[in-house]
Write a protein that binds this ligand. Structure first.
Ligand code: FES
Length: 152
């Protein structure tokens, strides 16, 4: 790939066979299964998410959302770079960085901003599948395809 050339969309996503339905602030989207929620956000908004201030490795907290899974009783805070998207996820609040990146896709939806956590370790979801050990880098399968070049 030439210097400065954006990778094809398919290069940044884990292989998937179907799209799953999730809801963000009441608006429904179809996103690729087997990918992190943050990658799903990138699928929805490829022109903004790669340029957000996301670390993609569970450190910055800029990807935090309140999310209720289809079998949960209530929403809980999760890191979208950590958790695999699943059918029926209902996202009720977004961190400010995500609000900025998804604003145009969400349109007139009422955007609620998640406050910074007093204790980052308080984020729940240990029983939810994680991509923490995935070999992917910030931009895709091996981290070398160069969309997300922030060193923050
Ligand atoms: S992108 Fe930094 S914690 Fe998820």
């Amino acid at each position: 790939m030439a210097e400065g050339e954006a990778p094809f969309m398919s290069e940044v996503f884990r292989p998937y066979e179907r799209l799953v339905e999730i809801t963000i602030l009441g608006k429904t989207f179809l996103v690729p299964e087997r990918n992190s929620l943050l990658r799903a956000f990138q699928f929805i908004s490829p022109e903004t998410i790669p340029y957000g201030r996301f670390c993609w490795n569970q450190e910055c907290q800029y990807c935090r959302v309140n999310c209720q899974l289809s079998d949960d009783d209530q929403a809980r805070p999760i890191l979208s770079c950590k958790f695999i998207v699943s059918e029926g996820m209902h996202i009720s609040d977004l961190a400010p960085e995500l609000v900025g990146c998804l604003r145009t896709k969400l349109g007139q939806a009422q955007v609620a901003i998640v406050d910074a956590p007093a204790d980052p370790n308080a984020i729940s979801g240990a029983d939810v599948p994680s991509v923490a050990s995935a070999p992917s880098g910030p931009n895709g399968s091996n981290g070398t395809n160069g969309i997300h070049d922030h060193d923050e």
